[in-house]
Design a protein around this ligand. Structure first.
Ligand code: GAP
Length: 429
């Protein structure tokens, strides 16, 4: 289990411009988080990595981007209106409301400490309800989507009719999801607004087990791509009585976060639950016809469902390091290079030497043009610049000094080893 504390990560994330409390300036809004310049870059790198791995590099996956607001029938058909609930208890003393299945002691209020003040747990629907249009009526009711999946199921037929894919094939989507969590907690781990990366993988029901296994292995590949140590990733076979209403089998991929072992993402066998419900409520045919035959069936679905924030929190937890350099404590993020928000930092050795600054700008601009994620830093002394870049996980710091003016070489310092090498400018990647 990780011995890093969540507070260390939260504090670094705020200090260095990764993640801030949502609406901070107004006292915050519980369960919401805002991403600063480095957080956006890291999040985008994770989203792009996922899209490349599961969509762009395959020819059996189709990307979609459905509207967040959907016809209320989608949520009636999916079962979310009736069953997307968590058990809620209320303390009769302090009126605090809590998720019954997450209490350390089910008889003691964690807010006021009184015992025996909880009544019967009641189901609390986690969907955010809203009205579409200017008239408040039952017909105008919609919800902020609690999962991106339904926007995929509603587009299954559209993609089928436009692209005629062979089975198995998948639809992939990234986007925001919203859940009115009773107790949002643990930084970005459980929030009310978050982002999902979901795949609905349509299969012949006869093959669901082999396809499930295929995606189980790909789940581990994803963890490797994020740079997560394999020994911190675990599979939990979800017991039958705890399965979501749509699932016949689920494996939770768990990670050893600083808060303990918790779900990172899930892999579920959703059967034909969703497509059959879409067919029933919409009256449209959701069958797939095997090409060149009369064999028709409603495909079954394997669903790998990933949360972006949990991936990001796992990446930060895996990368967070403390060591000692020159007798001083150093904090650094050993982020995989492909995820680091800044790839290179470029500095002149001295800020007040115009010839060094001019040369450094030249190097900076060339690298920036090529990589984008390159930072200019001429504040403070070199040691301080290195510390700042270490804390945000910049793999390489490039310094232009007087020797550069003579032989066109620069020093390149490695974040993890802190070693420096002289490299020809022409050889900088
Ligand atoms: N479509 C299936 C589905 O939504 P889920 O297990 O409820 O399944 C999938 O959610 C993933 O979404 C989770 O494994 C987690 O990574 C992320 N997730 C769910 N609720 C979250 C929350 N409140 N805050 C942050 N991430 C969340």
């Amino acid at each position: 289990m990780s011995d890093i504390k969540l507070d260390d990560i939260v504090s670094l994330a705020k200090r260095r411009g990764f993640i801030y409390q949502g609406s901070d300036v107004y006292g915050g809004l519980s369960g919401t988080w805002d991403y600063g310049p480095l957080g956006v870059a890291l999040k985008r790198n994770i989203l792009n990595l996922w899209w490349h791995m599961f969509v762009d590099s395959r020819d059996d996956m189709y990307g979609v981007d459905a509207a967040i607001l959907m016809n209320q029938k989608a949520w009636q058909a999916s079962g979310h209106v009736d069953t997307f609930t968590d058990p809620l208890v209320e303390c009769s003393e302090c009126k605090g409301r809590f998720r019954a299945d997450k209490l350390d002691n089910p008889n003691k209020c964690p807010n006021c400490g009184k015992e025996g003040t909880f009544g019967e747990a009641r189901p609390f629907n986690m969907m955010f309800k809203t009205m579409v249009g200017p008239v408040e009526s039952d017909a105008a009711v919609s919800y902020l989507r609690p999962e991106t999946a339904q926007g995929i199921f509603t587009n299954y037929k559209n993609v089928l009719d436009s692209f005629y894919p062979d089975l198995p094939f998948g639809l992939a989507q990234q986007g925001k999801a919203f859940r009115n969590e009773i107790s949002p907690r643990d930084f970005i781990f459980r929030s009310r607004e978050f982002e999902q990366m979901e795949i609905e993988w349509f299969v012949d029901p006869a093959n669901w087990e082999a396809e499930f296994e295929r995606w189980r292995l790909l789940g581990h590949e994803w963890c490797r791509a994020l740079g997560l140590p394999a020994e911190n990733v675990h599979e939990l076979e979800v017991p039958a009585e705890e399965l979501a209403h749509y699932s016949k089998r689920t494996i939770d991929f768990e990670y050893d976060f600083p808060i303990g072992r918790e779900e990172l993402f899930g892999l579920a066998y959703r059967t034909d639950f969703d497509l059959s419900n879409v067919a029933r409520v919409s009256g449209k045919n959701m069958e797939y016809t095997i090409k060149g035959t009369n064999t028709k069936f409603v495909p079954h679905v394997i669903e790998p469902s990933f949360g972006v924030e949990r991936a990001l929190m796992a990446v930060l937890s895996a990368a967070y390091r403390e060591d000692e350099q020159g007798g001083e404590k150093r904090i650094y993020l050993a982020l995989p290079e492909h995820l680091a928000p800044v790839k290179y930092c470029v500095s002149p050795l001295l800020k007040n030497k115009p010839e060094l600054v001019a040369k450094a700008r030249e190097v900076y601009e060339a690298l920036k043009k090529k990589h984008g994620a390159v930072m200019w830093d001429d504040n403070g002394n070199i040691g301080k610049r290195y510390r700042r870049q270490d804390e945000i996980g910049t793999p390489k710091c490039i310094v232009i000094d007087f020797q550069t003016l003579e032989d066109n070489t620069v020093t390149v310092r490695d974040r993890d080893t802190t070693e420096q090498a002289r490299v020809d400018i022409a050889k900088l990647q």
